[in-house]
Ligand binder design. Structure first.
Ligand SMILES: N[C@@H](CCC(=O)N[C@@H](CS)C(=O)NCC(=O)O)C(=O)O
Length: 231
């Protein structure tokens, strides 16, 4: 049995992290049985989640989890796609994970109201005395990561101007398709669904979510995918 290490449910989402939701979708798309287990991110091999443990083998990182499923179980996520479609799907996935993601991190960790309703809750398990210091330290480390990634050097308006193009690109590729690249799911559906669903989470103020709501096809896609894979 595959064990998926997660942060656990939060904010009405199956997991607080879109990367964990992506891994859940990958395992479901491949039809594999798995069990979710809340884990301590500090003990993860790359200090990020998700991680899977499959028959004693530990695989960190959602994309390496995908590669593991492809290699060990012979499952081809992108079966039926042309080389060009595979390239578009891969580029869109990595745009969301390495570009859009940082603006989403800003919205959750830097906007005070969102932080208090979301990430701040992670620290409730800590003793009250150390809690403010640890919160300050982790938020500072996220600010540093956002700066290193480049996104954190922009104003919020500029971030939204940039990632609006990401969202519009996702809407254009999806078009009237049932799934991201056509009438059957592919590997990128796991990422597209996870990131769109996360930004649409009604608990948070999100201008990324507002942009997504201007595209009825993405909203309908998220609702369809939720019913099919997470209900
Ligand atoms: N490339 C990794 C990214 C995973 C990732 O960044 N996860 C975040 C949560 S959304 C995390 O674990 N962050 C912990 C930290 O930065 O301390 C993947 O695809 O799994």
């Amino acid at each position: 049995m595959i064990i998926l290490h997660t942060f656990g449910p939060g904010a009405g989402l199956r997991d607080f992290s879109p990367f964990v939701v992506k891994a859940i979708l990958l395992l479901k798309l491949a039809g594999l049985e798995f069990r979710e287990k809340t884990a301590d991110v500090r003990k993860a091999p790359k200090h990020t989640l998700p991680v899977i443990v499959d028959d004693g083998q530990t695989i960190p990182d959602s994309t390496f989890i995908r590669f593991h499923i492809e290699k060990k179980y012979g499952f081809d996520f992108d079966a039926g796609l042309t080389a060009e479609q595979k390239a578009i799907a891969w580029a869109a996935e990595k745009m969301l994970e390495n570009h859009t993601y940082w603006a989403a991190v800003y919205e959750r960790w830097a906007i005070e109201n969102n932080f208090q309703k979301g990430p701040a809750r992670f620290f409730d398990v800590l003793p009250a005395l150390v809690r403010p210091f640890v919160k300050w330290m982790i938020r500072k480390s996220f600010a540093k990561d956002m700066h290193s990634a480049g996104m954190g050097r922009h104003s919020y308006d500029e971030m939204i101007e940039l990632v609006s193009r990401d969202i519009d690109s996702i809407a254009s590729i999806l078009g009237g398709n049932q799934y991201f690249m056509g009438d059957r799911p592919c590997g990128a559906d796991a990422t597209v669904f996870a990131f769109m669903q996360s930004a649409l989470c009604p608990l948070f103020e999100s201008r990324i979510g507002d942009r997504i709501r201007t595209h009825a096809n993405i909203v309908a896609y998220v609702e369809r995918m939720e019913k099919q894979y997470l209900a």
